[in-house]
Structures are given as structure tokens and as C-alpha cells.
Design a protein around this ligand. Structure first.
Ligand code: ADP
Ligand code: ZN
Ligand code: ZN
Length: 648
């Protein structure tokens, strides 16, 4: 009879001790009782000092004959737990689905594909050589900064082939599921077997198969979104994080991890190389590269086309055609359609119109649960809150009670409608409302690829990695609303979005054109859009340093929420006092109502902490967390968002 510690996906705790007659190893899955429930968890090791005053319960079932999770994997979970100040049970809960923890091992076959090889060009070979020579030298981080369509993916494929030939495994991480329908086949055809993909839109059975194929089977390379980093396996030899700048890599649930940072952490733990890739790197990675912590590899041009020409149109001087198009963009769209080519248009907004207004008193229509404006969706004839998902069929003014409500602004639906009238053609509208399922999205992309539509218009989704040979025009309908956001990254985001959407045009042999409409053409974001002009990065780093923003300081946003306004406020002030007294030279900001003050009827207060180092940040949030637990109501929710990406 021995005692074992078992890690369970219980957010409020994590490690529980049980007894077992059979000898167990760390990393095996077991089923155990907890209260009146039965849960699956992972054995973390023997407990050699069980407490005599506790009657431990017995492990019910042993699910694996051998460990599925390695020692380093278990250490990785503990490191995430420490870094984000979340119990290990919360980490486990957040990174592995319950279905996977409970799953029966399967033995799926990895289908082979007919392999198609290509030869790397003169710009790709130096990057390949440099990384290739380090594949067996332990931990290193490579930032591959190459313009959109410069052939980064092809370099990674060649490197992956080398790693696989040595019997090791490769993780290829991408930010958006929308990209995977194209890329899964492309990778498979180049690698020579089905590079299975792992993400939340796959059926549980497919996910389960991919899990086991990678963990214990023959799958040597997996393609996935965030959660794929947490597939366990013993001989991982390379981790690739594509589009490393994407803010969707930051998890908004618990734990609030940033996948890029976790991939680097994991790579260090496993002592293997990590590749970060982007045409528009994050300022964090850029700074790491210029300071020499990461190795920088630049690819200045595309294999066989020039980069598109970029034109800025001053909308102040225009009489918009159909209410949305400058004459320049209208003419170019017309020409594109006439030539049998395609265009992609970015509309930086969701819904038919952004907001609804009361016509009698001018008040904006807000969600009753959250302090945010609701969004109107004309095709569904309803309004929806993007925070709590409440749907409102007949909006009424909460101030004067009037139901005389009108719309304002141009969302994707409205632009699509205007374009359809102007060009007498069906427009493909791509946003998270029109493409709600993975299959829907795949079908839409396929229809566009086969030429069923000439114009695709959509939100930021259209800027993300799409690769259509026949697209020669990219247009930006509006972008100005991104400049004024209360977020120190708003410029970085606008810049990345513009460069990325520009990158959709002229991917194949035909040269592309980009037209950007704006009311603020003097904004400096527009002056460095041409490829490999690092002017934006240089200017932005100076600004960040001046104002003490990341990457020059570490940041954490603390949010406290409660159904009682007073309780949230009190807790915020209490913790502010604690932090001030132990904070040393950290900057602790006075607590304030969060930008979205109320979500799902919970009131939110927040404050920001800035420190010089990560270890100082860890020290402060540990003190804060402990002191809140000891002194505050258990119904209070606290969240430590380290390296925050969003400030709502
Ligand atoms: P990125 O990942 O930088 O956006 P990709 O790797 O997707 O670029 O390459 C863009 C396009 O160019 C793809 O269609 C790809 O097949 C093609 N390509 C890249 N490198 C080569 C090469 N060496 N020879 C031929 N085609 C290439
Ligand atoms: Zn709401
Ligand atoms: Zn009103």
C-alpha cells in the first residue's frame, strides 16, 4: 500500500492524495473519488509523508499501463501555475479537456500522402541553414521575420522533415482555426503523411485520435491552435509558432496564458529550438531579437512576385460612393472584377452597424447586464451583447423608454449590401457571425477559392493568413476606429492589421494593389507599411521606453469582481494598500472601475502593476493573492492577468 499525489482538474485546488495497492508512476492517469464525484487525474508521484490524521481514499481505476505525461510535462504545468498564480487544478482544467483526461487510448492510423517537394530559393536557404545547424544544440529561439508570402512556411516544412527524419516530433501552432482547412492539406502533401490537426472545432473523436496518435502513436507532426501545445509526448524536437504576433494567442479564460510565451518556456524546459514567425512581429519578440536574446532571420521578399503597391486615400476629400467607397477603390474593384480577379476588403467592425441610438433622447443602447453597447445584426433582426451574448429582439432605450431606435456606422453587413448594389454581384461576407462553424467557414473559403465570388468583405478575419492566388486587390474600408482605443498596443495592432491585409494581395504571379481609406492620412502608422521597413518598430520602441510600457517593463492587470459593487471596490482598495506597502520600486496604479464596469451582473474593479522583472512581479502577485484569500469574501473573484493583451 502506497500513497500517491494525484493532480485533478479542480480549479480551486489541484493535488490530492490517495492510496493504491498497485505500484504507480508519475504521469499515469487514474480515476479517483472526490466528495461524491469521480474524477480523472494524473499521478504526480508518491507521497512519502502522508498525514497520520487523515484517512485517505483509494484510487478507483488505473487508466494507463505506462505514463502518458512525462516528468517535464508535469513540471510545465507547475510552472504555468506559478507564473499566472492559478492553482495547478485550474491549469489542468484550462489546458486539457475533460474528454481527453477520461479518454480510452486509441491506435489511429496515420494516413500517408503523396509527397510533393520544392526547392528553397536564395532567400530561404540562409534561414534554413542557420536554424538547421542548431536543431540539435538544445534550446534556442528564432524569430523569422519575413514579409507575407515570403515562403516562411516552406522553410519550416523543410526543417520539420529534418527533425522527423531523426525520429523526433514537431508541433506547428497557428492562431486561427480558419487557416487550418487550407494549411492541413498543404502540410500533409509536403511532409508525406496526414499532419493531423488539433483544435476545439474538431469532433471529440477526432481530437481523441490526434491526442493518442501524437502522444503514443506514429504521428510525428501535429498542427494546432492554442491547445495543441499541451499534447503530451516524449520526443518533441521542434516547436513552431506561426503568426507569433497574434493577440488571439493570449487566452482569456483561466489560466490567462500567452501561447507564444508558453511555447518558449516549454522549449527551454525540453531544451529544444523554438521558432517564432511573423511578417509583423510583436514588439516583445522584436525587442528580444534586437537585444540578441532571440536570433533574428529576415526574408525581405517574395519568391516570384513583387510586394503590392500601397495607396492611402484621404476620405475627407471624398464623396463616398454607395456611402462607403472612395472613387479610387471603386475603380480598382471594378477593374479587378472585369479582369476576372478577386478582391479582399477589410471592414474593421462587426454587425450591420456598430451601435444603436435612441432617436428621442440620443442615448446609446446598452446591454442590461454589462456596461457596453449592444451590436445590431440586421440579417437576424436582433441585437446582441458581445460580452454576455444576451440577445435582444426589440431594443428599448433604457433611459427614456422609447422604442424609436436607429442605427449608425458601417458594419460588414451594411458594406456588403452597398457593394452588392453597386456591382450587382453577390459578396462573400466573412465575420464571426456569418461563419459560426468550422464547416461553414471551410465552405466559404472553398467557394471563394473556386471563384464563386469576386469580393470577400469581412472583419479582421480576412487579414489572417489567407492565401488565394487570384486575389490582386486588398482594400481597407475603415481603420480609424483602431487608433483611438485606450490600449498602449492600439498602434501596434493597427500596423499589424494593415500589413497583414496588404499581404493578401498579389500572392501568386500577378502583382497586387492595396488601397487604404482613412480620415487621418497623416497618422504615422501609414508611413512604414512597405515590406521590411523597420521604421515602425524603431519609433514604437522609443515610445514604449519613454512611457514605461512593455517590452521594457512587466505588466499585470488585477481584476476583482463581485455582484456587490461595494465589495469589489473595497477589495480593490484593500489590495492596493497591501501592494503599496510591499511594492518597492514597482509602479502600482490606483484602482479604478474596469473599462467594462459590469459583465454578467458582476461589478469589476481593476488596477495595473508594473515591475522591472518577472521575479518581482511573481513576488507581488503571490503576496496579493494570499492576502486576498485570507481577508476577503470567498465570493470575490480575482484575476491576475500577466502580460495582459486586452484592457477591457
Ligand atoms: P509565408 O509562410 O511566408 O506566408 P508561404 O510559405 O506560404 O509564405 O509561401 C507563399 C507561397 O509561395 C506559397 O504558395 C508557397 O508554396 C510558395 N513558395 C514558397 N517558397 C517557394 C519556393 N522555394 N519555390 C516555389 N514556391 C514557393
Ligand atoms: Zn451583456
Ligand atoms: Zn431614449
Amino acid at each position: 500500500m502506497k500513497y500517491y499525489d494525484v493532480m485533478l482538474p479542480v480549479p480551486a485546488g489541484g493535488i490530492y492524495t490517495y492510496i493504491c495497492e498497485t505500484e504507480l508512476k508519475a504521469g499515469q492517469r487514474v480515476e479517483v473519488p472526490l466528495g461524491r464525484r469521480e474524477l480523472c487525474g494524473i499521478v504526480t508521484g508518491e507521497n512519502i509523508e502522508p498525514r497520520p490524521d487523515i484517512t485517505y481514499r483509494e484510487i478507483k481505476t488505473i487508466k494507463d499501463d505506462e505514463p502518458v505525461f512525462g516528468e517535464k510535462y508535469l513540471k510545465f504545468i507547475r510552472m504555468i501555475s506559478d507564473y499566472y498564480c492559478v492553482e495547478v487544478g485550474g491549469v489542468l482544467n484550462g489546458i486539457l479537456s475533460g474528454a481527453v483526461l477520461e479518454s480510452q487510448r486509441t491506435n489511429p492510423e496515420v494516413k500517408s500522402f503523396e509527397r510533393r517537394d520544392i526547392t528553397l530559393n536564395v532567400h530561404q536557404i540562409p534561414v534554413y541553414d542557420a536554424i538547421s545547424s542548431e536543431l540539435n544544440s538544445g534550446f534556442s529561439v528564432h524569430l523569422v521575420y519575413g514579409v507575407t508570402g515570403s515562403g516562411k512556411t516552406e522553410i519550416f516544412i523543410e526543417l520539420a522533415k529534418q527533425v522527423i527524419a531523426q525520429g523526433k516530433k514537431v508541433m506547428y501552432l497557428v492562431p486561427e482555426i480558419s487557416l487550418t482547412p487550407q494549411i492541413e492539406n498543404r502540410l500533409s502533401a509536403r511532409i508525406g503523411f496526414d499532419v493531423m490537426s488539433y483544435h476545439s472545432k474538431k469532433t471529440p473523436k477526432k481530437r481523441n485520435d490526434t491526442f493518442w496518435a501524437f502522444a503514443k502513436g506514429d504521428l510525428k507532426m501535429v498542427l494546432g491552435a492554442r491547445s495543441a501545445l499541451f499534447l503530451p509526448s516524449d520526443d518533441i524536437g521542434l516547436i513552431i509558432v506561426d503568426e507569433e504576433h497574434e493577440s488571439s494567442y493570449k487566452q482569456e479564460d483561466t489560466p490567462p496564458y500567452h501561447l507564444r510565451d508558453m511555447a518558449v518556456l516549454y522549449g527551454k524546459l525540453l531544451d529544444i529550438p523554438v521558432i517564432l514567425a511573423s511578417a509583423t512581429p510583436s514588439l516583445e519578440s522584436w525587442q528580444n531579437a534586437v537585444s540578441g536574446r532571440y536570433r533574428l532571420h529576415t526574408i525581405p521578399c517574395r519568391p516570384d512576385t513583387d510586394m503590392p503597391d500601397i495607396e492611402i486615400v484621404d476620405m475627407k476629400k471624398e464623396e463616398p460612393i454607395g456611402g462607403v467607397l472612395s472613387e479610387r477603390l471603386y475603380n480598382e474593384l471594378y477593374k479587378t472584377i472585369e479582369n476576372g480577379e478577386q478582391a479582399i476588403l477589410l471592414i474593421n467592425r462587426k454587425g450591420y452597424s456598430h451601435t444603436l441610438y435612441c432617436r428621442s433622447c440620443g442615448e446609446m443602447i446598452m446591454c442590461s447586464n454589462c456596461s457596453v453597447a449592444v451590436t445590431y445584426y440586421k440579417s437576424k433582426g436582433l441585437c446582441k451583447c458581445n460580452y454576455c451574448s444576451q440577445e435582444i429582439r426589440r431594443p428599448k432605450c433604457h433611459k427614456c423608454g422609447s422604442d424609436d431606435i436607429s442605427e449608425y456606422g458601417a458594419g460588414t453587413e451594411k458594406v456588403a449590401e452597398a457593394l452588392e448594389n453597386l456591382f450587382e454581384k453577390k459578396i462573400l461576407r466573412l465575420d464571426t457571425e456569418s461563419a459560426t462553424t468550422y464547416n461553414q467557414l471551410s465552405k466559404m473559403l472553398k467557394d471563394f477559392e473556386t471563384g464563386e465570388y469576386s469580393i470577400m468583405a469581412g472583419t479582421q478575419l480576412v487579414a489572417k493568413g489567407l492565401d488565394f492566388a487570384n486575389v490582386t486587390l486588398a482594400g481597407v474600408i475603415n481603420i480609424d476606429n483602431m487608433f483611438g482605443l485606450p490600449d498602449f498596443r492600439s498602434k501596434e495592432r493597427a500596423y499589424q492589421l494593415l500589413v497583414q491585409v496588404s499581404g493578401r494581395a498579389g500572392r501568386a504571379s500577378k502583382k497586387g494593389r492595396v488601397i487604404i481609406q482613412t480620415n487621418a492620412p497623416e497618422t504615422d502608422v501609414f508611413t512604414h507599411l512597405n515590406c521590411t521597413d523597420t521604421g515602425f518598430y524603431e519609433a514604437e520602441l522609443i515610445r514604449r521606453k519613454l512611457f514605461n510600457y512593455p517590452p521594457f517593463v512587466k505588466m499585470c492587470r488585477v481584476t476583482l469582481s463581485h455582484t456587490k459593487e461595494e465589495t469589489a471596490k473595497e477589495a480593490a482598495h484593500y489590495i492596493y494598500g497591501v501592494l503599496k506597502s510591499v511594492g518597492g520600486d514597482a509602479e502600482i496604479f490606483y484602482p479604478a472601475q474596469a473599462p467594462v464596469y459590469k459583465i454578467s451582473n458582476r461589478y469589476r474593479y481593476g488596477m495595473v502593476i508594473k515591475t522591472k522583472t518577472n521575479s518581482e512581479m511573481s513576488r507581488l502577485i503571490n503576496i496579493a493573492s494570499k492576502s486576498l484569500k485570507e481577508n476577503m469574501k470567498s465570493t470575490l473573484r480575482v484575476r491576475f492577468d500577466r502580460d495582459p493583451q486586452f484592457f477591457m
